[in-house]
Design a protein around this ligand. Structure first.
Ligand code: BG6
Length: 518
C-alpha cells in the first residue's frame, strides 16, 4: 500500500466515470466536490469523462450548472482560477437513463466509445452507483447485457452502503453482483475508511515504537469508541426507521473502526493482507449467545422530545416518515470482547447515537495503571494514561500522562500533549470521498470493505437484531440533546470504568486540569 499525502498529485489512470444517481443528494454534496478537488490537485488529469445518469431529462448545460452550484456550496476549493472550471466542466455529460431498460445501456455503450476517443481514454470504466441497494443487482445485469463491460480496459463497480439488511439479504445481493463482477472489481464504500484519522490509526499503531508494544491486554484496560451526532434523522426518516443505528452505523463504520484498532499488524502493506487482518479481528468478536446476554451488554435507545441550545427538539416518533409507534433505535452502546490472545479480557465500549449533545468521533485507549505497589501509585490517586484519536470534526491525537506539578513537592498531575491536525494552518484535509474515488480509480482497495468483512460484521450484528426482535422491552428513551440512556454509564461502571469526556463535552477541562475522575 502506498500512502499518498494530500500534496501528492499522481494522476489516476484515465477512465470514464459513470455516475448513477447523478441528480441525487450524494452526488451534489460529496461526489461533484470530490471530483473537482481531485482535478484541482492534479489527481485527475485531462483524460477522464463523467457521464451523469438519472431518469429525469437534463441537458449537459443544466447538468454542468448543477455541478457548479454544488462546488460553490460544498467544495473545499473554489472554481475561481481562470478557465479551470470550463476545462473541468467540459468533461461532464449527462444522459437520461431508465435503469430497467437495457436499450439505454446499449446507447450508453455507443456513447462511451465516443468519449474514449474524445478524451483519449483506454476503455477504463468506473461505475459509481449512488442508488438504493435494491438497484445494484438490476443495474449490474444491464451493464453486462447492454455491452458496457466489453471494452479493452478495466471495469470497476463502486457501491454505497447499506450492503444488505442482514446477512441473508447481503448474501443474495453479493450473489447477484458476483454474476457480473469479480470481487476485486467491487469497491464497497464505507466512507469512514476514507477519513484521514481513521487511516491514521494504522500509521500510529505500526510506525511508533511506543504504541505497538503496549497494544494488548497486558497494558490496555479498555477501549472506547464514540460516534456521536447532533442531527436527528432529518429527511431520511423513511430509510432510517427500517435501519436504525445498528444497521446504519454499527454494522459498517463502527465495526470498521474497531477492526482497525484491534487487527494484527499485516505481513505486507498490501490491500488483501490488511483486509485479511481486519477479517480476523472481526471473526474474533465474541458473538452474543442469547437475548439475555444482549440485554446485559447492549443498550438500545431512542430519543424523545428534548432541548438543545434553548431549542425544543422533536422526539424520534414525531419525525417525518417515522412510525409514531416505532421501536427503531437511534442510540446504540455495547460492551464487546475479542477472544484472541491480544485482546482477551479487554472490554471495547462502543456507542453511537443521533441527537446527542456534540458531533464527534473519537477513540480512547485507556492504559492500565502502574502496579499498585509502586511508590507513586501508593501515594497518589494516579489517573490512567490515555491515547485519544480524534477522527472528526476535530482531527488530532492527544496523550495524557502523569507528571510532577511544577513548584510543588510530591504532587502528580495529569498533563496532555496534543497534536491537533485540524488546527494547523495550511492543512486542508481531503474529504473522505476524494480519497475513496481516487483510490478506486487507481485500483487501490485497502479502504473499501471486502465481502468477507461485510459478512462477518452482519453475522455479529444479526444476533443483536434477533435478540431485539424477541425482546421489545429493551428500548430506552433519552431526551434529544442528552448523552443517551443512563444505563450506558452503568455498563462501564460495572467494570470500574467510565466514559472519558469526548471533545466538546463540558467536562473536557477535567482532563486537562486534573485528569478526570478515577
Ligand atoms: C452515514 C449514516 O453512513 O454516516 C448517517 O447513514 C450518518 O446516518 C453519517 O449521519 C455520519 O457520517 P459522518 O461522516 O458525518 O460522521
Amino acid at each position: 500500500m502506498t500512502y499518498v499525502s494530500i500534496h501528492d498529485s499522481i494522476a489516476a489512470e484515465g477512465a470514464v466515470y459513470y455516475l448513477f444517481g447523478a441528480t441525487g443528494d450524494l452526488a451534489r454534496r460529496k461526489l461533484f466536490p470530490a471530483l473537482f478537488s481531485l482535478y484541482k490537485e492534479g489527481k485527475l488529469a485531462e483524460d477522464f469523462a463523467v457521464v451523469g445518469l438519472a431518469r429525469r431529462p437534463r441537458t449537459d448545460e443544466q447538468f454542468r450548472a448543477d455541478i457548479y452550484e454544488s462546488i460553490g456550496e460544498f467544495c473545499r476549493y473554489k472554481a475561481d482560477e481562470a478557465g479551470q472550471w470550463e476545462r473541468f466542466a467540459s468533461h461532464f455529460v449527462y444522459m437520461s437513463l431508465d435503469i430497467n431498460n437495457v436499450d439505454g445501456f446499449r446507447e450508453l455503450a455507443r456513447k462511451s466509445v465516443e468519449l474514449d476517443a474524445k478524451f483519449n481514454i483506454p476503455g477504463n470504466r468506473l461505475f459509481y452507483l449512488a442508488l438504493a441497494p435494491e438497484l445494484f443487482g438490476p443495474v449490474s445485469f444491464n451493464l453486462r447485457d447492454g455491452g458496457m463491460l466489453e471494452s479493452t480496459g478495466w471495469n470497476r463497480l463502486v457501491i454505497e452502503k447499506p450492503f444488505g439488511y442482514d446477512l441473508e439479504s447481503a448474501r443474495k445481493l453479493n450473489a447477484q453482483l458476483s454474476q457480473v463482477f469479480k470481487e476485486e472489481e467491487i469497491y464497497r464504500i464505507d466512507h469512514y475508511l476514507g477519513k484521514e484519522m481513521v487511516q491514521n490509526i494504522e500509521v500510529l499503531r505500526f510506525s511508533n515504537a511506543f504504541f505497538e508494544p503496549l497494544w494488548n491486554n497486558q497494558h490496555i484496560a479498555n477501549v472506547q469508541i464514540s460516534l456521536s451526532e447532533t442531527v436527528g434523522v432529518e429527511e431520511r426518516g423513511g430509510y432510517y426507521d427500517k435501519s436504525g443505528a445498528l444497521r446504519d452505523m454499527v454494522q459498517n463504520h463502527m465495526m470498521q473502526m474497531l477492526a482497525m484498532i484491534a487487527m494484527e499488524p499485516p505481513s505486507r502493506l498490501h490491500p488483501e493482507d490488511i483486509r485479511d487482518e481486519k477479517v480476523k479481528a472481526l471473526r474474533s468478536l465474541r458473538p452474543f449467545a442469547s437475548a439475555v446476554e444482549v440485554n446485559a451488554n447492549v443498550i438500545r435507545g431512542q430519543y424523545s422530545e428534548g432541548e438543545s441550545k434553548g431549542k425544543t427538539l422533536a422526539g424520534y416518533r414525531q419525525e417525518d416518515s417515522v412510525n409514531p409507534q416505532s421501536s427503531t433505535e437511534t442510540y446504540f452502546a455495547a460492551r464487546v470482547y475479542l477472544d484472541n490472545f491480544r485482546w482477551a479480557g479487554v472490554p471495547f465500549y462502543i456507542r453511537t447515537g443521533k441527537r446527542l449533545p456534540v458531533k464527534t468521533t473519537e477513540v480512547v485507549i485507556e492504559f492500565k495503571n502502574v502496579p499498585d505497589n509502586i511508590l507513586f501509585a501508593q501515594k497518589h490517586d494516579l489517573a490512567p494514561n490515555l491515547l485519544v484519536i480524534r477522527v472528526n470534526p476535530m482531527e488530532g491525537i492527544y496523550i495524557k500522562i502523569n507528571a510532577k506539578k511544577p513548584g510543588v513537592d510530591n504532587v502528580v498531575q495529569p498533563v496532555s500533549m496534543e497534536f491537533c491536525q485540524s488546527c494547523m494552518i495550511g492543512i486542508n484535509t481531503p474529504e473522505a470521498y476524494e480519497r475513496l474515488i481516487y483510490d478506486a480509480a487507481r485500483g487501490e482497495s485497502t479502504y473499501f470493505t471486502r465481502w468477507d468483512e461485510v459478512a462477518q460484521a452482519w453475522s455479529f450484528v444479526d444476533r443483536i437484531a434477533e435478540a431485539w426482535r424477541e425482546d421489545n422491552g429493551s428500548l430506552q428513551f433519552y431526551p434529544a440533546g442528552s448523552w443517551g440512556p443512563a444505563r450506558t454509564d452503568e455498563l462501564l461502571a460495572q467494570d470500574g470504568f467510565h466514559w472519558w469526556p469526548v471533545n466538546g463535552q463540558a467536562e473536557d477541562n477535567v482532563i486537562w486540569i486534573s485528569g478526570g475522575p478515577k
